[in-house]
Write a protein that binds this ligand. Structure first.
Ligand code: AMP
Length: 231
């Protein structure tokens, strides 16, 4: 018998393949929480917005197609979003599973996803809109390596410079008051109904995203019956 919480039990536990979706309004910490879960469980973190942003930064054809839509805070077409997800998942580098962040964002995408993949759970991070505005306006991104910062509780050592690569910290093009208002509207109108689809299948765990990141991660672990966060 392996003791609860021991490394051997942990390794054994993480062996099973797991497939999760993480949902929540902008700034609710989807990226941070996905990364924490992914690193310990060896999941591949698939952030659809990051894939689009990479394409914009690298001036690809796809980047040119989505740049204006993204900057305005609107959703890009379902065909493009589904294409990105399909292509990413066909790489099959997710031996232990994946956590997908930023998809599905409307009912059509949810149906596409459920037809193609079975999932083990949906993590729904809840954050009030006033807190969303505060967090999103404080968000900064390194234009070199893409590292995320937040001037509220995760500032760089040197103002405006990335701790990792020394790159310049910038605001995301869609982290403006105007684009955020559009994104919040899109979210409430289109993404909330997706939760109802998942709820009918009893996949959803609802997590308060207001506490600090370690507490939120721990709440996710408890809700999904995973080993505790060792932070
Ligand atoms: P995010 O980083 O998740 O906030 O996504 C940034 C932007 O990428 C969104 O505002 C959309 O323009 C686009 N995007 C990301 N995921 C999707 C999706 N599933 N469907 C449509 N557009 C998306």
């Amino acid at each position: 018998m392996i003791a609860r919480g021991s490394p051997a039990r942990y390794a054994d536990y993480s062996y099973r393949m797991r497939k999760y979706v993480i949902m929540g309004v902008q700034g609710s910490g989807k990226g941070t929480q996905s990364a924490l879960l992914a690193s310990e469980l060896d999941l591949v973190h698939i952030a659809v917005g990051d894939i689009f942003r990479w394409n914009v930064q690298n001036h690809t054809k796809l980047g040119a197609q989505v740049r204006r839509t993204m900057a305005a805070g609107e959703l890009v077409s379902d065909d493009l979003a589904e294409g990105v997800v399909k292509e990413r998942l066909t790489q099959h580098d997710w031996n232990y599973g994946f956590i997908i962040d930023g998809f599905p964002r409307n009912e059509r995408q949810a149906e596409f996803f459920l037809e193609s993949y079975d999932i083990d759970g949906v993590i729904y991070l809840v954050l009030p809109d006033c807190e969303v505005r505060r967090r999103v306006m404080a968000r900064r991104l390194c234009d070199g390596c893409g590292m995320d910062y937040n001037l509220i509780d995760n500032s760089p050592r040197e103002e405006g410079r990335c701790d990792v690569c020394g790159g310049k910290l910038v605001q995301r093009e869609d982290d403006t008051q105007e684009a955020l208002a559009v994104r919040l509207r899109e979210y409430h109108e289109k993404t909330n109904p997706v939760l109802d689809i998942f709820r009918r299948k009893e996949y959803v765990v609802t997590i308060d995203a207001r506490p600090d990141k370690a507490q939120v991660q721990q709440a996710i672990r408890v809700a999904l019956k995973l080993p505790p966060y060792r932070g």
